[in-house]
Write a protein that binds this ligand. Sequence first.
Ligand SMILES: Cc1cc2nc3c(=O)[nH]c(=O)nc-3n(C[C@H](O)[C@H](O)[C@H](O)COP(=O)(O)OP(=O)(O)OC[C@H]3O[C@@H](n4cnc5c(N)ncnc54)[C@H](O)[C@@H]3O)c2cc1C
Ligand code: FES
Length: 276
Amino acid sequence: MPYRILEKTKLADKVYSMVVEAPRLAKVRKAGQFVIVRPMETSERIPLTMVSSDPRGGVKLIFQTVGYTTMELSSLKEGGFVHDLVGPLGQPTEIPENGRVVCVGGGIGTAPILPIASALKAAGNRVKGIIGARTRELLILENEMREVCHELMIATDDGSYGEKGFVTTVLKKELESGNVDHVYIVGPIPMMKACAELAKEYNVPATASLNSIMIDGTGMCGGCRVTVGGKIRYTCVDGPEFPADQIDFDELRRRGGIYREYEHKCRLRAEEEGLG
Ligand SMILES: Cc1cc2nc3c(=O)[nH]c(=O)nc-3n(C[C@H](O)[C@H](O)[C@H](O)COP(=O)(O)OP(=O)(O)OC[C@H]3O[C@@H](n4cnc5c(N)ncnc54)[C@H](O)[C@@H]3O)c2cc1C
Ligand code: FES
């Protein structure tokens, strides 16, 4: 069934926000959950986090165009239709009450961390946010994160805004203060691995949301398999969030590269076709 695109905006270079009409999803979605989107009938299926619900009965998706399918999605216009949308998928984030938490979002990972920070604040936690990007122009959702965090810290690799350096530089200072009960992490794999190691060093529990390759999103195909605490888990049904100190990030990185050559060819095709 097609889903109408109520709104589409460009947030930064290669980053788009899209509100898709889906009243049932808008009502039931919880922080941490995602949908599997198929932009067109012929498209592959891709997982995207439901960032928020819209009062018009829509769910907001925020995505970066990294390959063929996200480029196809970005080519759709406001008023047009997404071919299908399946969800809510994945386990909702476990939300503690009245704790002191830090939410770290790197790059496009700021989109999935936003609903988590929002739910944590609503449950009475003291929420500090740390978001990072390579440079100021690539930073997204600063205002939205300010709204859902008691305090927001920013890091850019080139120092063009906020602290110069990585989100880990800022996280380390927070952990040193001793005032952190839990860390939530979403971003590129090396960043999540580094944050997980830091949190472990300070004996603070951490949760990371994994961006494994997914195909069906229902636990059938095994595409999203990860190793957590030495056991096989499926990101789509058991996750996407897992205890960060138990995740085999090296395996996640290796498995994420399985289709690199094919993805590269598809990306070139998308550019030739003028998508994205
Ligand atoms: C639970 C979950 C939630 C997600 N939420 C979001 C979101 O809210 N916004 C968003 O922009 N992306 C999100 N992603 C990542 C998104 O699904 C991928 O970027 C997308 O599948 C890429 O498809 P593609 O065909 O455009 O690119 P592909 O051709 O599949 O990949 C192109 C390149 O992008 C990178 N890539 C591919 N898949 C992923 C992935 N899963 N994660 C990170 N990098 C990848 C690789 O370097 C690859 O070579 C999420 C992933 C998961 C598992
Ligand atoms: S995506 Fe197929 S098992 Fe998770």
